[in-house]
Write a protein that binds this ligand. Structure first.
Ligand code: HEC
Length: 172
């Protein structure tokens, strides 16, 4: 306070004031820019539903490799919540009525590439009809199919999955 009042009594030097506030504005801008770019890079997923090229590739991969079980419209197998006669679970939908959007990217990618590995993505001894696509698809194709699946989700599910994914990244 005292320093400020002492300042007021001194004759003003506008060019100093401009230089000072100019420097402050520049510092604020630089800081904001750094923050925005940090948040941006950490939030862009390798499976980006906003990337049209990726989504188009993913749609083709889906039709060829996933639709037979998960449904042409991502609707899943009929009565997908009920166990089959063989004791295994049917393929769940990948649209917003399923639970694909409950999982972070790393888990979706892992399940698609390796299958529902017991002890990793499923309980020990778990048996599943979900194939491992590591041999049939390249990593880019797996990210693309996930981008396509995401591109069908309404904003609420998309935002939820993004948050789950963000939290799984900060925990790692
Ligand atoms: C032969 C049938 C079949 C095909 C083809 C298939 N899936 Fe599956 N998928 C399943 C079954 C069955 C489950 C559920 C497994 C369980 O709970 O035991 C499943 C589960 C999943 C899950 C876990 C979903 C969740 O919410 O837990 C993901 C992710 C998945 N599949 C992705 C894919 C993708 C991507 C493709 C195409 C590249 C694909 N699947 C092709 C049968 C299939």
């Amino acid at each position: 306070m005292t320093a400020a009042r002492a300042n007021e009594s001194r004759p003003r030097r506008p060019e100093m004031t401009y230089a000072f506030w100019g420097a402050v504005a520049l510092a604020v801008l630089l800081l904001a820019g750094t923050l925005v770019s940090a948040v941006w890079t950490s939030s862009v997923s390798p499976a980006d539903p906003g990337n049209t090229t990726q989504v188009v590739l993913g749609q083709a991969v889906y039709a060829k490799h996933c639709a037979a079980c998960h449904g042409a419209k991502l609707e899943g197998q009929p009565n997908w919540r009920d166990r089959l006669a063989n004791g295994r679970m049917p393929a769940p939908p990948h649209d917003e009525t399923g639970h694909t959007w409950h999982h972070p990217d790393s888990v979706l990618f892992g399940i698609t590439k390796e299958g529902l590995v017991p002890g990793k993505y499923a309980p020990k001894g778990y048996q599943s009809d979900m194939p491992a696509f590591g041999g049939a698809l390249r990593d880019e194709e797996i990210w693309a199919v996930l981008a396509y699946i995401k591109s069908t989700w309404p904003p609420r599910e998309l935002a939820h999955q993004r948050e789950v994914d963000r939290q799984s990244r900060t925990r790692r």
